[in-house]
Each structure stands twice: as structure tokens, then as C-alpha cells.
Design a binder for this molecule. Structure first.
Ligand SMILES: O=C(O)CCC(=O)C(=O)O
Length: 276
């Protein structure tokens, strides 16, 4: 390529490095550029950003409405096993990992509760969504079981993370162990409400995100949402997670939580997302 293709003043020579090498030495014609102004390259992010696992319409729904329900990573034939694994993991969990809320019961750290859950946070459409929404390298912040108890009604809409000057800080996902339906409290979203600074004080205009068991709901963490009313007499079970900017501290300290048996089966992408 001749110099004419390079904007004047930006011609530079970088020392050749392996992808992801943290320090890039820049020599350039024109004004000096500080190291701080350089974005570190992240080969995982670059490769995930090239994915096209979400359809155009799914991507549009996520970017405009703020949420989308898509296929999950688990084969239909494996769903009964996953459902069983969920119940036994919840039953066996240490009490300190159990959080009993007014409407839902949560169990922390589903990274370390069995191989059945390993694929949930590695799902390609989810990671593509993170690239497109967070727009910079990201990490897994938490992975929890969340059961909406029967007969419970929601209180008010909330956001998980407000947006800031850098954009959208979080992508959330909800893997449906049970089908999500209006009557069992499917998560409700106020479409296009990401960035809305004040809390809507009613549920007017919300849309339930419904799907068969095994679906994955992906959403922008800055969109207003809440579970719906569970009008049935059965719990509505899910595994939920959040991915945040890589430069931020995860809610769960994966280093200290990591069990040897989990670590032994994790691949490089999981290790990267957990920051191990
Ligand atoms: O379980 C649900 O449907 C709601 C989840 C939720 O509000 C959240 O994860 O922030």
C-alpha cells in the first residue's frame, strides 16, 4: 500500500508483536502519541467480534429494543439432565451461597456447580452480543441460579447497570430452565428504555420475554426490566449471568472460587472470560 492510503500524520511503524502483546512501541511521523492513547489489542475480542451467530433481526432487536430471546446452547435432549443438575446443585449449595429474596431464590457461582453449566456463558450469540453492545473486551461477572417463587409479584422495574459516558457497561443473559411464559413471570422489559435516566413508576408498556425451555434471553443491562408475576403454583427456574467490561472487577472472584475439577475442564475461552 502506498502512503497515499494512510491519513497524513498517522503513518506509524509498530514493532512486530504476537497478537495481544500488551506493549506496542509506536514511532510515527508527526506529533508523538502517548502509550495511554493506545488500545491494547485483544485477540479474543477481535475474533468474537467477527462472529455472525445472531441473525440481523436478532441483532436489531437487541440494539433497539434492548433485549432478544434466541436459541440456547443446550440440545433439547440434554434439557432434562440440565434441569435435574440445577435442582441438585441448588439443594447441595452451601447456605452462604444461597440468597433468599422477597420473590426469588438465588444460588451463587454456577461456574463451579457442574459441567452441565459450562457451555452457558460460552454461547456464541451471547458473546457476539457483548462485542456489539459493550464494544470493548469483556469478562464474566457472575453466573447464578435464580428461581422465581410461585405466587410472587414484581415490585418495580430496575436496571442492572446504568449507562455512562463510555456507553453500555453490561450484557445480561437468562438461560431458561423452564419455559418463560406470561403467567409464570417471564422477565418483562420496557422496550427501548436503555439510557432512560429515571425509573418508570408503572409496568405500562412492558413486554414479557417468553420462550420455550432451553432459550436464552440476552439483554442490555441498562434497559429497564423485572420479572413478571408468577401466577402459577410452580417455581420458574433460570441460570442468569452478567458480562461486564474487562477493566472492571467481577462480582464473583473467580480466582478464589475456582475448584480444581472445574479448572481442569475449562478451555481457553472460558479461562479468558473468567480472567484466570
Ligand atoms: O428473573 C427474572 O426474570 C428477572 C431477572 C432480573 O431482573 C435481573 O437479573 O436483573
Amino acid at each position: 500500500m502506498g502512503n497515499t492510503a494512510v491519513p497524513r500524520g498517522t503513518l506509524h511503524y509498530a514493532t512486530r508483536r504476537e497478537p495481544g502483546f500488551s506493549e506496542v512501541l509506536l514511532c510515527r511521523q508527526g506529533p508523538v502519541v502517548s502509550r495511554e492513547s493506545m488500545q491494547e489489542r485483544d485477540p479474543w475480542f477481535e475474533s468474537l467480534a467477527g462472529s455472525a451467530a445472531l441473525s440481523q433481526s436478532e441483532l436489531l432487536a437487541l440494539q433497539e429494543d434492548g433485549f432478544v430471546v434466541t436459541r440456547g446452547p443446550v440440545l433439547v435432549t440434554d434439557l432434562p439432565g440440565l434441569s435435574h443438575a440445577y435442582d441438585s446443585a441448588v439443594l447441595q449449595a452451601d447456605r452462604v451461597d444461597l440468597k433468599e429474596g422477597s420473590t426469588t431464590t438465588r444460588v451463587l457461582d454456577f461456574v463451579n456447580r457442574g459441567p452441565e453449566f459450562d457451555g452457558l456463558y460460552l454461547h456464541e450469540p451471547l458473546l457476539e452480543a457483548c462485542c456489539k453492545i459493550i464494544k470493548e473486551p469483556f469478562r464474566l461477572s457472575n453466573l447464578v441460579a435464580r428461581t422465581l417463587n410461585p405466587g410472587k409479584v414484581p415490585k418495580k422495574l430496575h436496571v442492572d447497570f446504568p449507562n455512562d459516558d463510555d456507553g453500555w457497561p453490561m450484557v445480561g443473559f437468562i438461560f431458561m430452565i423452564d419455559s418463560f411464559r406470561s403467567e409464570n413471570g417471564a422477565t418483562c422489559f420496557l422496550p427501548c428504555s436503555q439510557g432512560l435516566a429515571t425509573a418508570p413508576d408503572t409496568f405500562d408498556g412492558v413486554v414479557p420475554a417468553c420462550g420455550p425451555a432451553g432459550s436464552m434471553l440476552i439483554y442490555n443491562g441498562s434497559v429497564w426490566h423485572e420479572h413478571g408475576p408468577n401466577l402459577t403454583d410452580t417455581p420458574r427456574r433460570s441460570v442468569q449471568g452478567a458480562l461486564i467490561r474487562r477493566r472492571e472487577k467481577p462480582a464473583t472472584d473467580w480466582q478464589t472460587r475456582m475448584r480444581p475439577e472445574t479448572l481442569s475442564r475449562l478451555g481457553p475461552l472460558a479461562t479468558y472470560l473468567l480472567g484466570l
